[in-house]
Design a protein around this ligand. Sequence first.
Ligand code: CA
Length: 226
Amino acid sequence: MLLLMRVLVVEDDDRIAVPLLDGLRRHGFTPTRVTTGAQALQAAETDVVLLDLGLPDVDGIDVCRQLRSRSGVPILVITARGDETDRVIGLEVGADDYMVKPFGFRELVARIRAVQRRVSGSASPVVEPDEQQLGALRIHRRNRRVYVDDIEIALTPKEFDLLALLAEEPGVVVTRQELLESVWDPHWYGPTKTIDVHVATLRKKLGDRGWIETVRGVGLRLGRPS
Ligand code: CA
């Protein structure tokens, strides 16, 4: 039921590519990486292409144009260049969307999914199941609603994101750093106390501390209250 989306990452900078690939894997994508335009044009077809414009061998705009001339693969341009001209050119040569560095990881994932949905129409592959039932807990990801025993629980956006992330793999520990990177910001270097505050309110709203278990010194995981 879980369809893995293959993502080609065209990015020469390790500092961007390494965390990007880690994050994509954590979100259920299957990324492969190349570092030059030439490699990008030789790579096997994927479901989505994330394309950096500043490549060492050729201009990313040319790579985009060539990819588009032979394939309908969704292309999401990722670049440090933020001026209007580049945005317009990127879209004119066939990019489906455009993100300027630095960007939040959640925004990237949302855009990949949006681009994929636009391209494939209603029969699109869904990386995560839209509705998830875990004992008394039910999570609707698309409309961002949460129910316990069929009673809707009003969550803030961050509380929902936190719960949804833990629910991606129930019982598996998510580290505090992963939580910060996914729910807050990939470049978060501040105190991690903000997680504790959100977890405390989330537990209260869910009505049982057992839904979210603290694994001391490691992180959090979704539990099953007995
Ligand atoms: Ca680059």
